[in-house]
Design a protein around this ligand. Structure first.
Ligand SMILES: [Zn+2]
Length: 77
C-alpha cells in the first residue's frame, strides 16, 4: 500500500497519465481510503486545469492560485 508521501510523489505523473497500470491501481486504492489525498489530487487537478487555460508566459503565482481554489472548493464533497 502506498503511503501519503509516495502518493504525493506520484501525483503529477498520475494526473498526466504517466503511471503504469499497477501504479495507477495503487494510487486509486490509496485515494479510496484517504480523504486527505483525495482532496490533494482534486486540488492538483484544478490547478493543472487552470494552468492549461493560461496563455503562455502568463503563469500565475501558484501558491496564491491554489489558495484561491482551496477557498472556492472547500468542503465540496
Ligand atoms: Zn493519503
Amino acid at each position: 500500500m502506498l503511503t501519503c508521501k509516495e502518493l504525493v510523489a506520484h501525483s503529477s505523473d498520475f494526473l498526466d497519465g504517466q503511471l503504469t497500470l499497477r501504479q495507477r491501481i495503487a494510487v486509486r486504492a490509496h485515494l479510496a481510503m484517504c480523504g486527505n489525498c483525495r482532496r490533494f489530487i482534486r486540488q492538483m487537478k484544478l490547478t493543472q486545469a487552470v494552468i492549461r487555460q493560461m496563455p503562455e508566459g502568463e503563469l500565475p503565482e501558484l501558491e496564491a492560485l491554489s489558495e484561491r481554489l482551496a477557498q472556492t472548493r472547500r468542503d465540496d464533497d
